[in-house]
Design a protein around this ligand. Structure first.
Ligand code: AMP
Length: 117
């Protein structure tokens, strides 16, 4: 059941945002997570939530959390907190592209939080 973690490429733009090499409009940050506005929004409110752990995609994130699945729960609890309490949304979409064939362009796992509110 365990897969090896995927090869993480540190040239991706979200790695540079985590390290402060590139600016982002930060919405929320804690020890493990960072949330910021998408630079090219596809709807009225378009945020991206990422773990600070260096994981390539959703599959990789889940594999990396195998020994501490509460990290997965924390990620989604924070997604809800950000959407409702920080962004003030009632109706929103949560979306992730897992793999290039699914439309993933930035290979650091991210959850799109999208809404027309
Ligand atoms: P995906 O296609 O799921 O990999 O989505 C990548 C997302 O990252 C897209 O919605 C882009 O608009 C967004 N994006 C690319 N560069 C930046 C950046 N520098 N800051 C914030 N969002 C970005």
């Amino acid at each position: 059941m365990t897969n090896l973690l995927k090869t993480y490429n540190k040239t991706n733009v979200f790695y540079k945002i985590i390290n402060g090499e590139i600016d982002a409009k930060i919405i929320y940050e804690d020890d493990n997570l960072l949330c910021f506005y998408d630079a090219y929004p596809k709807c009225k409110t378009h945020a991206l939530l990422i773990p600070k752990a260096l994981v390539v995609d959703f599959d990789d994130f889940v594999e990396a959390c195998q020994n501490n699945p509460l990290q997965i729960a924390d990620f989604f609890v924070k997604a809800k907190h950000i959407a409702i309490n920080i962004l003030g949304l009632k109706n929103y979409q949560l979306h992730t592209n897992n793999g290039a064939g699914a439309g993933q362009v930035v290979f650091h796992f991210h959850l799109h939080i999208m809404s027309n509110e």
